[in-house]
Design a protein around this ligand. Structure first.
Ligand SMILES: NCc1[nH]cc(CCC(=O)O)c1CC(=O)O
Length: 308
């Protein structure tokens, strides 16, 4: 770049994060009539990228992915940070604002290695580090053996190909963004409801930076934001974090929002599910569904959630 960048986008350096940063750059360039090469993409290494051998939940949860990007944003090294909304904590620093979410991709999980959970051989080994996916697999296949499976999408595909596991599960959205829509089979939503925020890319800015808010706001997708906000409000009301086996999906038709959610016991032996419907702006909907689910949850499920 021989001229100063018009805008600096911070991102993690994984291939998926870089693909999402490029999507964001292209959307910004198109919205503002800029040449894409006037937008700098700044890869930032996070603790989560360095630590590969332990479950995320054990070593500090989602903050591992956001902390370094938050610092770069607050220290004005970048103008905006691009995130998978699924990896962004429910409660964010007050000086950081979500300025936009891009149109959501396919929200489903894909199963790789077999075409469906029902086709797993007896006692099959399934690799995942997601408490939600583990519980959902065990709910349908209590005979399966879950093993910790980390690393970025490419690493996991390589481990599967090497025969370390019989099957694994990945978000369809990530595979599509990496140009790997050819692998795996989508799992129906009634078998595996997705993680809250799955498939959504969000862009954060400094709350006080009016220019960045406006520039990024121009590429936002209102329905995605409304849906993901409802799912995040549910997580907050549940007192849930990345260790919590919880699935949620909001869908919007016109001005109506339907929020579905399921909470699971860790071993999939119990669960509770429900849904609520209201107008898009109804901020009471998600907390009400959270209370309803907690009230009906079996003990083995309720004790995994802090509530309130
Ligand atoms: N936790 C890792 C992560 N964060 C976002 C995605 C996929 C993209 C998305 O859901 O938007 C993935 C990988 C996966 O779950 O397969």
């Amino acid at each position: 770049m021989d001229t100063a960048p018009l805008f600096r986008l911070g991102t993690r350096g994984s291939p998926l994060a870089m693909a999402q940063a490029h999507m964001t750059r292209d959307a910004l360039a198109a919205a503002h009539g800029w040449s894409p090469d006037r937008i700098a993409i700044v890869p930032i290494r996070t603790t989560g990228d360095r630590v590969q051998d332990r479950a995320l939940a054990e070593i500090g949860g989602k903050a591992l992915w956001t902390k370094e990007l938050d610092r770069a944003l607050l220290e004005d090294e970048i103008d905006a940070a691009v995130h998978s909304m699924k990896d962004v904590e429910t409660i964010r620093p007050t000086r950081i604002a979500i300025a936009a979410m891009l149109p959501r991709a396919d929200v489903r999980d894909r199963i790789l290695g077999v075409a469906a959970l029902a086709e797993l051989p007896q006692g099959a080994v399934v690799g995942t580090s997601s408490p939600r996916r583990a519980a959902q697999v065990l709910r349908h296949r209590p005979d399966a053996k879950i093993v910790l499976f980390r690393g970025n999408v490419e690493t996991r595909l390589a481990k599967l190909a090497a025969g370390e596991v019989d099957a694994t599960l990945l978000a369809s959205a990530g595979l599509v963004r990496l140009g790997r829509e050819d692998v795996g089979t989508p799992v129906p939503l009634d078998v595996m409801l997705p993680a809250p925020s799955q498939g959504a890319v969000g862009i954060e800015v400094r709350a006080e930076d009016a220019r960045a808010r406006e520039l990024v706001g121009a590429i936002g997708h209102a329905d995605t934001r409304a849906a993901v906000s409802a799912e995040r409000a549910l997580l907050e009301a549940l007192g849930a974090d990345c260790r919590s086996p919880v699935a949620a999906l909001a869908t919007i038709t016109g001005n109506r929002l339907t929020l579905r959610a399921e909470l699971y016991a860790q071993d999939g032996s119990a669960h509770v599910g429900g849904s609520a419907e209201g107008s898009v702006g109804d901020i009471g909907l998600a907390p009400a569904l959270a209370q309803d689910l907690l009230a009906r949850a079996p003990d083995s499920v309720r004790r995994l959630f802090a509530g309130e």
